[in-house]
Design a protein around this ligand. Structure first.
Ligand code: NZQ
Ligand code: ZN
Length: 399
């Protein structure tokens, strides 16, 4: 295990009904909120009305910015930041999925500094990457996650797309940790089956990516990751069949928060290589992040992990997917088959070609993935680092 330093500073209220704390919690944040949502779901489900009523009762003023799209754009973030400045908002309240929460973090940073958010991102598309500067200042942020997926509610990561260049990459920094997060599983009951499946594939990816290439001796983290993987595989299917299943939705919400936290991944010395490979898919083709990850993961297992670390795949299968084979390679293959079956049961069956991806686009996407995924992502010496050829081969197997 590698040495690590951990910060998990977000104050969390968790449980069905905890949304009712929103007014009181908001009052502790400031006097006027920029209330950030997506364009549709919060309004349609009645959640927006509920939140506005809670703010009003608590005497907290708010201005609505309801323009965040899935795979949020830097231009939308800049518009939100301008609105926060114009109205003198002293904190940001994010009510939505990962896209809304990520955009809200970026709005919080850009509203404080007055700079376009793209200044904080990776650099220009020609690949001359500039040094990323961790965001040190931002308006305070409170989150109410409405999808159990990204863990954005309690981490300091914001993933954005610059639509002119199709660059999708992340910013982070100590100022982006939400101060308060209200995790009320009942607000996720309306998440449709399709989004639930994508969300669960994303949670799984946050767990398996570092687990499979982990340093040795990470016993605590391995136990946590295996428990969380087992739970997401099981409760995803329940939540898809019965969307208001309290136990399944509650489990998934807490799994999603912990899945990308240091509890599962600190000390592994490993990044999330497959995330770097996926980002060009959502950045160029606007694919849902989790669906892209699921499609890519099977050839990634076959081409990268199976030859490199079959024993980790075998272990994941035995602990999380009911694999019983004793031979390591046989168990690793059975794990891949079990994951494929799980995805199919969740309705994830597409190929990349279904989203308009063509063979001639693969080389450029792979180069982009190397720049994004290669920047600062730690791979263990015992696990080979993915190069553009490896990544093209993964994309090709998914066409
Ligand atoms: O757009 P609206 O109207 O809000 O509708 C959304 C959207 O269409 C809908 N939705 C959200 N809550 C709902 C609901 N529908 C019904 N009932 C509800 N309660 O669901 C759709 C997807 O929402 P989105 O926020 O895009 O999904 P998700 O939470 O999966 O977030 C994905 C984004 O997060 C980034 C991804 O790259 C992607 O841009 N990630 C952020 C991470 C982080 N901050 O740590 C890490 C992740 O790896 C990921 O990269
Ligand atoms: Zn993810």
């Amino acid at each position: 295990m590698f040495p690590f330093e951990v910060s998990f500073p977000t104050h969390i209220y968790f449980g069905v009904g905890e949304l009712n704390r929103l007014g009181e919690a908001a009052r502790s944040m400031g006097k006027k909120a920029l209330l950030v949502t997506g364009g549709n779901a919060a309004k349609r489900t009645g959640l927006l009305d509920q939140v506005q009523a809670l703010l009003q009762t608590a005497g907290v003023a708010s201005v609505l910015f309801d323009k965040i799209e899935p795979n949020p754009r830097t231009s939308t973030v800049d518009a939100g930041a301008a609105m926060a400045r114009e109205h003198g908002c002293d904190f940001i309240l994010a009510v939505g999925g990962g896209s809304v929460m990520d955009a809200s973090k970026a709005i919080a940073a850009a509203a404080r500094s007055g700079r376009p958010i793209y200044d904080y991102m990776r650099g220009n598309p020609s690949g001359s990457a500039k040094e990323l500067v961790p965001v040190q200042e931002a308006l305070p942020l409170m989150t109410v996650p409405t999808v159990a997926a990204t863990g954005s509610e309690a981490n300091n990561i914001s993933v954005l797309t610059h639509w002119d260049t199709h660059e999708k990459s992340s910013i982070n920094g100590p100022a982006l940790y939400p101060k308060i997060a209200i995790l009320d599983p009942s607000v996720t009951y309306t998440v449709p089956a399709r989004v639930t499946a994508e969300a669960c594939a994303d949670i799984f990816s946050h767990l398996f990516e570092a687990y499979l290439i982990s340093a040795e001796g990470t016993h605590v983290q391995d136990g946590i990751s295996e428990t969380l993987i087992r739970l997401v595989a099981r409760h995803s299917l329940t939540a898809i069949e019965q969307p208001d299943h309290e136990e399944a939705r509650s489990t998934l919400l807490w799994v999603s928060t912990l899945g990308i936290s240091p509890f599962a991944n600190a000390g592994r010395g490993a990044g999330m290589p497959l995330h770097g490979v996926e980002h060009p898919l959502s950045g160029i083709y606007d694919m849902a992040h989790g669906r892209g990850l699921a499609i890519l993961s099977l050839p990634y297992f076959e081409q990268v992990i199976l030859p490199d670390r079959p024993e980790r795949l075998a272990r994941m299968g035995r602990h999380c997917f009911g694999v019983t084979a004793e031979d390591e390679r046989e168990a690793a293959l059975a794990t891949i088959a079990a994951v494929r079956t799980w995805y199919e049961r969740m309705g994830i069956t597409e190929r990349l070609a279904d989203f308009g991806v063509t063979r001639d686009a693969l080389g450029k996407m792979a180069e982009e993935a190397v720049v994004i995924g290669g920047r600062g992502v730690g791979y263990l010496p015992s696990s080979r680092k993915l190069n553009a050829e490896d990544i093209v081969a993964i994309y090709e197997a998914c066409l």
